[in-house]
Design a protein around this ligand. Structure first.
Ligand code: TYM
Length: 326
């Protein structure tokens, strides 16, 4: 059976970009593959956190994932730091990736530009991500477009380890959805929608109430030529609305464009489609939020399943590298 792995950082709540670019695909894949979905709390601590905040955010993110359709009976949801093999394997991979390769990562360049304190962990972040993936012998990694570069680097690291020592790791491939792979900020449509950008009016949080969703979409930045056409370079704002509505209604954005000649109706229908998409997720989240002990129990079950796979792969890597057995 195809093995799938993908992770999400517990920094802020899920937004529409995470959902359309990744989580929705994760929920589909859980029924046809052997899927592992960690909440990657160790990645989130590459930037400073308020004391105690990360644990609360991790629990909440886990509940959001379950609310968004991940079923702990159908896939393995767990917390990255509960499976210590991730950190241990990351060290072996840090020693297999070069300074130059890490320096070329666009996520590092973007994030470090926004940090006063640039941690060494922020720089070596992709080696930890490679460990997340390689420990599970993942065939496929369903992600939004922004993560392609990290998955390519993961393949390069795996290939180098395999050729330097003994074939050990499987080479994974990125799976990026055709629609929704890059949801842009509604106010700054040339930037991707992101929880780390401070743009509350440009980001739709999955827990936003219908009035907020509608207000944000109706005030989305478009342009002044008035023509509805899918053209990312010339019309980023309108194209973003077309892709959101397309992703929400399983159509190509070009096809959606054929139904509209004015921005007003396009915005109204996009708002309505997003409100309907979020309604059941919000209802389910409220139920899960009321029972944190049950979420913790499910996460413990997930961690145990993950450890079984991760410890076998790490042992293989240690042996193949030739570390003295303890
Ligand atoms: P993160 O936490 O930033 O995002 C989680 C997932 O959401 C996708 N995504 C988007 N998709 C479309 N439009 C957007 N505006 C948008 N914003 C985010 C991301 O592509 C991602 O799939 N480094 C990863 C976390 C990670 C990981 C892993 C992923 C750690 N280990 C192993 C895959 C496999 C990250 O920061 O994602």
């Amino acid at each position: 059976m195809t093995r799938v792995l993908s992770g999400i950082q517990p920094s802020g709540d899920l937004h529409l970009g995470n959902y359309l670019g990744a989580i929705r695909v994760w929920a589909q894949l859980q029924h046809t593959t052997d899927a592992f979905y960690p909440v990657v709390d160790l990645h989130a601590v590459t930037v400073p956190q308020k004391p105690g905040a990360i644990g609360t955010a991790t629990l909440r993110m886990s509940q959001m994932l379950m609310a968004a359709g991940l079923d702990p009976d159908a896939c393995t949801i767990f917390v990255q730091s509960h499976v210590h093999q991730h950190s241990e394997c990351a060290w072996l991979l840090e020693c297999t990736v070069s300074f130059g390769e890490l320096s070329r990562m666009t996520q590092f360049k973007d994030k470090s530009d926004r940090q006063e304190f640039i941690s060494a962990g922020l720089f070596t972040y992709p080696a930890l991500q490679a460990a997340d993936i390689l420990l599970y012998d993942a065939d496929e990694v369903p992600v939004g477009d922004d993560q392609r570069q990290h998955i390519e680097l993961t393949r390069d690291i795996a290939e180098r380890f395999n050729s330097r020592y003994v074939p050990t790791f499987k080479l994974p491939k990125a799976v990026v959805p055709a629609a929704g792979a890059r949801v842009m900020d509604l106010q700054h449509p040339t930037n991707k929608m992101s929880k780390s950008l401070d743009s509350p009016r440009g980001t739709i949080d999955l827990l936003d109430d219908p009035a907020d969703v509608t207000r944000k979409i109706k005030s989305a930045v478009t342009d002044s030529d008035g023509e509805v056409r899918y053209d990312i370079a010339a019309k980023p704002g309108v194209s973003n609305l077309l892709s959101i509505l397309g992703a929400a209604s399983d159509r190509a954005p070009e096809q959606v464009a054929e139904d509209y000649s004015m921005y007003g109706p396009l915005k109204a229908d996009t708002a309505e489609a997003v409100v309907e998409l979020l309604r059941p997720i919000q209802a389910r989240f409220r139920e899960l939020e009321a029972d944190p002990a049950e979420t913790s129990r499910l996460l413990a079950v997930g961690a145990t399943k993950a450890q079984t796979v991760a410890s076998a792969t790490l042992q293989r890597a240690r042996t193949n590298l030739g570390l003295l057995q303890g």
